[in-house]
Design a protein around this ligand. Sequence first.
Ligand code: GLV
Ligand code: MN
Ligand code: MN
Length: 425
Amino acid sequence: MSAADVTGRLAQAAGSVSKDRLWRRHLEMSRIGATGRGGLNRLALTPEDGQAQALIAGWAAARGYTTTRDAAGNVFIRREGSRPDAPAVMTGSHLDSQPNGGCFDGTYGVLAGFEVLEALDDAGIATPHPIEVVAWMNEEGSRFVPGAMGSAAFTGFLPLQDVLEKKDAAGVTVREALARIDGSTPLAARAPGPPPAAYVEAHIEQGPILESRGDTIGVVTGIQGIRRFAVEVLGEEGHAGTTPRASRKDALSAAVALISALERLTADAEDQVRFTVGRMAVEPNSPNTIPGKVTFSIDLRHPSKDLLARTGDLIHATVSEVAASRRVDAKVQDISFVAPTTFLPLVPEAVRSAASAEGLPHHVLPSGAGHDAMHLSRICPTGMVFIPCLNGRSHTEVESATPEDLFAGARVLARVIAELALQSC
Ligand code: GLV
Ligand code: MN
Ligand code: MN
């Protein structure tokens, strides 16, 4: 195919993206797990996650695409290529949400990918490479820790058996939750295939940069690194009215002191280190009993692997020191360490040139949030397309994005996917 032919097809692909269809699909998908306050509660492998998968599988069947699920619970919608043995060009994101999540985080990448398949069909464009739209299992990491677990298993970053044994707060394993979803939303099993030819993920930025600059498209260069820890503090339960302070071993007041010390440890002048304690459980959680046990999570992020290694390692020592001064026992468990990701230039360059071709103002930036793309980049050329979200807010029910920006991002995605999938194998 000549360069001019390719250029024409890319314009056709983008020109066939439907703003209304994409928006309607978002509205329909947002009903599954709706909180009633404009947000979503669609945790991984819950019945709602299964319903979301069933909805898109139904749309796929109507278009003649096949939908499969792999052993890690990732769902793949496949538009065949003219050379079916060729590696697939993959796109997608996730359908699970935070407990008080928004309607666009993850969902957009899946629906934009699906819109690209439909746009290519509507434009009558056949591609040598198959194209697969993926909904990765448990990207959010809210129900099962760590996040991006499905893509980690797919790429071999985490052994599948380890992923299947992870438990939620109620003690349900991924294996058990998957068996339930396989029962309620059966899908054909995915046959193993070659690694993808490339992976492109569309996502809301989840931060304020694009909106504040007035840019529509983010050309993503990579993803900052993430370390996760679980801390357990063991004190001694006792009566709130009778136990003098001097003899208390209060796990909660020790946890508060620990967290303050860790905030000081991780503070930096540039305000680049992200330190978050997002989950805490207190036992027995009774107003008039001195807490005997507290567990909490730590999410630590930075673009430098060395800094994450050094600062993260100091967490262990800081916790031991503060625990000793508070007469409690505390232990820190390393949960995961995903090093910072730098995408190879291939996909970011395609995103930049697609944004230019669409006449969209764009900005080159790294991702502050984690994404499945960080794991896919280990096995194939990878990149991401960001669009703005209202006030940069995400992981909240107020998360919002405009139909125009969703549409713009999907047009860029259509060009990039078409360009990659049209390449000779
Ligand atoms: C994904 O939602 C993340 O934690 O960045
Ligand atoms: Mn996401
Ligand atoms: Mn998220």
